[in-house]
Design a protein around this ligand. Structure first.
Ligand code: AMP
Length: 544
């Protein structure tokens, strides 16, 4: 028997309508590329979103068309999120930090019809314009006074397009599984792969991150997403903020410690989110300047492992919580986050820290299992590790127009293969041991490259470290530690190896150490181990 409840499609438009109607005076504050701080309200924003929808229609945008953005976090980018998806078109956020040929690949693969570009990324687009189709239209996200000279053809100005449009738009009622946005995941191998979100997945994910044990975003928060809007929709924060009526603060291009600090302080920000590198820069800044942020309550950290040193600095110096989260582009992105469970209330800070450094506890809506090489489920005992598989309503069911990449990404039960190797403990906390491609297979057993890297960066003379497995005639693979020394510091290879004694099993200790000037990274700042394996492919261990 079916129940009798309204079958209302979940829609992105409903979130901004709610914000404009019930949180009309709440502010959206942006550091602009042009210079000044811009501020307006949800009501103002929604009015411009409706004008922008008219402008998009005038540009010929049809339902299903892909409309791209190459932009920082700002109010204009926010308007594009809602106007494009509201029309039934797809908001394709491009990561400007990708290499030129990846950007042109993505634009061509997505068949973008219009590209909206921030002033700072006009040169990026000019650099690839010869590799993309002739029928793409370009709009620079600025006002007429700041329009630059550009070699882009027929380029238009955002404010010129929007200003004189009618301020009411009759949104279509869309089926909730209509595609809403597209984000390419920049893996370390092969071409980027497109993840195509829906209105339904976006709304459910926004509800998921608003939950008390996730990010607990509320109408009392002022939220500053440092995580870029071109990286998994800024972790869904712009939608969740609109849904809950939180004040939004957009940092524009100012990602350095001083600029982020200034906005956190001046706008009384309570919640912020980003990758560990950003927090390291902020930590250096507030410690050097001896400053505090009395309003800041929560810092969400994900994208890469969060070291205990950052958690301690934020807790002790700023008195705020540092919540470690894990997710993927394919997962909208939230999968897990730290929260304290009822039976953890009496733990000592040392006991709690052991959980805080883990990648977190599954959020309702995300199911997880860890499996061995034969896809057999492994116990959740905090010891056994295997590949993490996930499923849920905001997890991809296949890559956009890419059957090859989709094939092999799911198991027989429809779970998505994350490629992360993890443990899950008896309380449900997940800890990443490695990427499946990076785990080192030595004598039939696995060694975690991440654990070895974390220990190496704990040495004061080391700025950054990577561990890769290189082939070994006896053991199949053995670890090589590759380090970048901190400025002005020195350390001998033997001393680096000696520091592993007692911290890991003896057979985990790397065979050798190589010192380099810098390590290669992907466009999203992750270590590019494929490049390192290539660089060291001729290396032979002395005992081989
Ligand atoms: P992306 O799709 O670019 O967001 O990258 C997702 C990948 O980043 C995951 O599969 C993990 O390998 C890595 N990742 C995300 N969050 C964390 C975290 N908290 N700790 C370690 N690795 C992470």
């Amino acid at each position: 028997m079916l129940g009798k409840m309204m079958d209302m499609p979940l829609s992105i438009t409903s979130m901004i309508k709610h914000a404009a109607r019930f949180h009309s005076d709440t502010e959206i504050v942006s550091r602009t590329i042009e210079g000044p701080i811009h501020r307006y309200t949800y009501a103002d924003s929604y009015q411009r979103i409706q004008k922008l929808a008219h402008a998009l229609v005038e540009l010929g945008v049809q339902p299903g068309d892909r409309v791209a953005t190459l932009a920082w976090n700002s109010y204009r980018h926010f308007e594009l999120y809602f106007a494009i998806s509201g029309l039934g078109a797809v908001c394709h956020t491009i990561n400007p930090r990708l290499f030129g040929d990846q950007i042109s690949y993505i634009i061509n693969h997505a068949q973008d019809k219009v590209i909206f570009v921030d002033l700072s990324f006009v040169p990026v687009l000019e650099g690839v314009v010869d590799q993309i189709g002739d029928d793409v239209e370009f709009v620079i996200m600025t006002d007429p006074d700041h329009m630059p000279e550009s070699k882009l053809d027929d380029v238009q100005c955002y404010e010129d397009l929007v200003t004189d449009q009618p301020d009411h738009y009759d949104w279509p009622e869309l089926e909730e599984n209509t595609a809403s946005s597209l984000c390419y995941s920049s893996g370390t191998t092969g071409n980027p792969k497109g993840v195509l979100y829906t209105h339904r997945s976006t709304v459910l994910h926004a509800m998921g991150i608003c939950a008390a044990d996730t990010m607990a975003i509320s109408g009392r928060d002022a939220v500053l997403p440092v995580v870029p809007m071109f990286h998994v929709n800024a972790w869904g924060i712009p939608y969740a903020a609109a849904m809950s009526g939180a004040k939004l603060v957009f940092p524009g291009a100012g990602m350095d410690g001083a600029s982020v600090f200034e906005l956190l302080e001046q706008e009384d920000v309570t919640l912020t989110a980003g990758v560990p590198t950003v927090w390291l820069l902020l930590q250096q800044y507030f410690q050097a300047e001896n400053k505090t942020l009395p309003h800041l309550e929560r810092v969400i950290v994900g994208g890469a492992a969060l070291p205990a040193s950052i958690i301690e600095a934020f807790e002790q110096d700023l008195g705020c919580k540092c919540l470690h989260a894990w997710g993927m582009t394919e997962m909208s992105p939230i999968g897990t986050i730290f929260h304290m469970k009822g039976d953890m209330k009496d733990m000592t800070s040392e006991q709690l820290m052991a959980y805080k450094v883990k990648q977190g506890h599954p959020v309702y809506g995300v199911e997880m299992k860890i499996v061995n090489d034969d896809d057999e489920a492994l116990p959740h005992n905090g010891q056994d590790f295997g590949e993490l598989l996930v499923r849920g309503p905001w997890i991809t069911s296949g890559y956009f127009e890419d059957d090859e990449a989709s094939a092999g990404s799911f198991d027989a039960e429809g779970y998505f293969r994350t490629g992360d190797v993890c443990t899950i403990d008896d309380r449900g906390f997940m800890q990443i041991v490695d990427r499946s491609k990076d785990v080192i297979k030595s004598g039939g057993e696995w060694i975690s490259s991440i654990d070895l890297e974390n220990i190496a960066v704990g040495h004061e003379a080391i700025a950054e470290a990577a561990v890769i497995g290189l082939s070994h005639p006896k053991w199949d693979e053995r670890p090589l530690l590759i380090c970048v020394k901190a400025e002005g510091a020195d350390v001998a290879a033997e001393d680096m190896l000696a520091m592993y004694k007692g911290k890991v099993a003896d057979w985990w200790i790397p065979n050798e150490v190589a010192f380099v000037d810098e390590l290669p990274h992907t466009a999203t700042g992750k270590l590019l181990k494929t490049a390192l394996r290539k660089q060291f492919s001729d290396h032979t261990f002395s005992d081989a």
